[in-house]
Design a protein around this ligand. Structure first.
Ligand SMILES: [Zn+2]
Length: 285
């Protein structure tokens, strides 16, 4: 198991020029083939033979990991291993959604659904860091309070408030430029109704169901865009790491366990109160 990871380079092939032994590195999670149509045109994120660690090959819950050199990148200098490991999946996914796919700009407003989730939390932090106005939703007040403390500008409790109505009130009846969501059916109607004319909805998941009403009339009359996204490519990962370092952004860590207590870590994943990454450490660090 395990898809995120960071550590120290112990050994590399003799002809490796980009990495050095002893270097602190973070794992880029996608093992792409380099040969299919999509890899060859530079869209390796669409690779037809992509393998994921912990799914198709052994994962990162291990004291030692063997990966292609191109899957390792120098860690942002201000982060420790746990913080750097947290960047691999959630922050990369959020980065591609916001900046490559939805083309979010600093003067725009973005609505992020389910800010208690890892990608949503990363999207909130990254969007706020470029200066965009960020509205978040959650069904739990403590997570909304935490998001506000971490940089969100407005918070909506989806359990007690009608999200689209509140969004319209917060934006003087205009709506938001971008919606980031991965909840699916439970919020889709609210997401569509919250968009300004010409707005963009970017999705990377469907945890509550994947067959919401399409609302096609609203889609074409208001000229909305629905954009699918998942993970990110190596260039986006490299750019994201540079940005995280330059802006001194710290990923949110919920808790950290030595591998001897890994069952406690897995239990923690299922706790409702969890927010941010649950980390497992090896070799005492
Ligand atoms: Zn490929």
């Amino acid at each position: 198991m395990g898809l995120d990871g960071a550590g120290v380079v112990e050994a590399i092939e003799k002809d490796e020029t980009r990495l050095t032994v002893g270097q602190r590195v973070v794992v880029f999670p996608n093992l792409t083939c380099g040969r299919c149509e999509f890899c060859q045109r530079g869209d390796d994120v669409l690779c037809t033979r992509m393998k994921l660690m912990g799914e198709h090959v052994d994962g990162t819950f291990a004291p030692w990991l063997s990966v292609p050199a191109e899957n390792l990148f120098p860690m942002p200098a201000h982060l420790d291993f746990v913080q750097a490991a947290a960047l691999g999946v959630n922050y990369l996914t959020a980065w591609r959604m916001l900046f490559s796919r939805a083309q979010l700009k600093p003067w725009e407003t973005v609505l992020v659904f389910g800010v208690g989730g890892g990608v949503s939390l990363a999207a909130m932090q990254l969007a706020a860091s470029i200066g965009a106005r960020v509205i978040v939703t959650s069904r739990e007040d403590d997570k909304l309070q935490r998001a506000l403390a971490l940089g969100a500008h407005e918070a909506i409790n989806g359990r007690t408030e009608e999200v689209a109505r509140r969004v319209m009130a917060l934006t003087d009846g205009r709506g938001v430029d971008v919606v980031v969501e991965n909840v699916g059916e439970a919020v889709w109607a609210s997401a569509m109704k919250s968009l300004v004319r010409g707005g963009r909805l970017v999705t990377c998941g469907a945890t509550s169901g994947d067959q919401p009403p399409a609302d096609i009339r609203r889609l074409f009359i208001r000229q909305l865009q629905i954009i699918g996204s998942t993970t990110g490519n190596a260039l986006e990962f490299k750019e994201m790491l540079s940005y995280i370092q330059r802006r001194q952004i710290f990923p949110v860590i919920d808790s950290c366990y030595p591998v001897e207590n890994i069952h406690d870590a897995l239990d923690r994943l299922e706790c409702r109160g969890r927010m941010g990454k649950v980390a497992v450490t090896f070799h005492g660090g």
